[in-house]
Write a protein that binds this ligand. Structure first.
Ligand code: GLC
Length: 469
């Protein structure tokens, strides 16, 4: 009986109540047809974002970035790079020398009170960190060009002029939306340090990831981030960018920061969201926003798993002996890194799963419980991987180029044991026949990528008066 159930449920759990469990998780299993519907909607939304007359109502903003040339390997010089986008802030010294890259960096924590404080507090904190870094690396007095990876949606007015359109992920600092990020940083540097830097470029992390990989791979034209947040960018022909009001000189192309994490904010993905997605959204700091991102990225995946496990526990289907005081019943206490650890268990001992359950304080769990926990993780991460695959396939089909590399970075992609394979398999189903693609891990897009954008800008600066790269 139990093995029959196990077969029906595509999992080796032999619990008698497995079919009952299935009723609570079936919403995560979506058909290929559903992913194709997602692709169709995404394509429509992206086209709306690109067109001048529909851009203001589109959820996917498709921001032109003013980055128009990929690196050619000849970039040289020393650059400062900043990386702000997750819970940490990094300052980097990047030395580019004919294809070789040397990076020294330091990571500084951003306390939550600053992430939710005022813009001035945030930029003062950043300026203090830069001041320390410059002193510690004997760079005082040198005027280094700086590339700033600022991983939030920005409307760019030039390579070094970017206005924040809204905060995403865990940030909500007052007085920054609509402001020029470069200006805020300059002001803070003036207030807090005597550092003399020249901000040459503001870059999104997806763009940095693409640039970093394109440094050595000329076929790379799409960048993807699967980390705290989820976003993609790609190289688009200027003819297709209704929003473009810059010049049309060669090369007639520009990198578009899609900001596709906002896909679904208008309700078009409601048909596939589960009750857990809705609950997560209700208790997030930005309800109704970043619908796709909340189904995929590292900031949210652990919480979706936790909500399902909590529900199963409430229904008496798992952890029958668990105490209600443990972290399983507390919002935000089941991290996405646990999902990666649990799915890395490959035998019947469930070492990682047990370690996680111990860490969150679940008591008296059984091996059946461990199997169910792992099963729930696999369903939720597979949906995330398949949605990412649907997004990338939409871009690949749109570009319609014979052979393409997609640069990928982010902690979810790096540390989840099956994400890469799940994505590749689904993409083989969704990408138009005849188009070839490969997913390539991109190293330090935020540091190296930002420095490369700055380097290309400096190189071009001598020849033309430039507002883009
Ligand atoms: C969020 C941000 C986006 C960033 C992504 C990955 O979606 O809005 O700009 O690229 O997270 O960090």
């Amino acid at each position: 009986m139990s093995s029959k159930i196990a077969k029906t449920c595509q999992c080796d759990v032999d619990s008698e109540c497995f079919c009952e469990i299935e009723a609570f998780v079936k919403g995560f299993k979506l058909s290929t047809l559903t992913y194709k519907r997602v692709m169709h909607l995404l394509n429509q939304e992206m086209n709306n974002g690109l067109k001048e007359h529909t851009h203001h109502v589109a959820d996917i903003k498709m921001f032109p970035t003013f980055v128009r040339s990929l690196p050619d390997g000849s970039e040289n010089g020393d650059f400062l790079a900043l990386d702000l986008g997750g819970t940490n802030f990094r300052v980097l010294l990047v030395k580019l020398n004919k294809g070789d890259v040397d990076i020294q960096s330091k990571t500084y924590l951003i306390p939550q009170r600053i992430m939710l404080g005022t813009g001035q507090q945030l930029f003062d904190h950043i300026a203090d960190c830069i001041g320390k870094f410059v002193r510690d690396h004997d760079l005082v007095g040198q005027k280094l060009p700086l590339g700033f990876t600022f991983s939030f949606p920005c409307r760019q007015e030039g390579l070094a002029k970017a206005r924040l359109s809204k905060w995403t992920k865990g940030f909500r600092c007052e007085g920054v939306v609509g402001e020029d990020i470069c200006h805020l940083l300059h002001e803070a540097l003036r207030r807090r340090t005597n550092c003399d830097v020249e901000i040459v470029a503001i870059v999104n992390d997806a763009v940095g990831t693409l640039m970093s990989a394109a440094h050595t791979d000329r076929d790379c034209e799409i960048g993807l981030i699967l980390g705290t947040g989820c976003n993609a960018c790609y190289m688009e022909k200027l003819d297709n960018v209704g929003l473009w009001d810059g010049d049309y000189t060669h090369p007639e192309q520009v990198i578009i920061n899609t900001e596709w994490g906002a896909f679904g904010d208008n309700g078009c993905l409601d048909f596939l969201r589960t009750e857990y997605d809705r609950e997560l959204d209700t208790f997030s700091i930005n309800p109704g926003k970043q619908v796709l991102e909340k189904m995929i990225s590292g900031m949210y995946m652990g919480e979706i798993v936790r909500l399902v496990l909590e529900r199963l526990a409430m229904e008496g289907l798992i952890f029958r002996g668990a105490d209600r005081d443990c972290y399983l019943f507390e919002r935000g206490k089941f991290y996405t890194k646990y999902v990666s650890e649990i799915e890395s268990d490959h035998d019947e001992f469930f070492r990682n799963t047990k370690q996680v359950l111990d860490e969150i304080g679940v008591e008296n769990y059984t091996t059946e419980d461990c199997k169910i926990v792992k099963y729930v993780c696999t369903l939720i991460s597979a949906r995330a991987a398949f949605l990412s695959a649907a997004g990338l396939s939409t871009l690949i089909n749109k570009k319609n180029k014979g052979d393409m590399t997609i640069a990928v970075d982010g902690s979810l992609y790096r540390f989840h044991p099956r994400f890469h394979n799940l994505m590749s398999l689904k993409m083989q189903e969704l990408v138009k026949p005849g188009l070839k693609f490969r997913l390539q891990l991109s190293h330090d897009g935020s540091g190296k990528g930002a420095a490369l954008v700055a380097a290309v800008a400096m190189r071009l600066r001598n020849s033309i008066k430039q507002e883009c790269v």
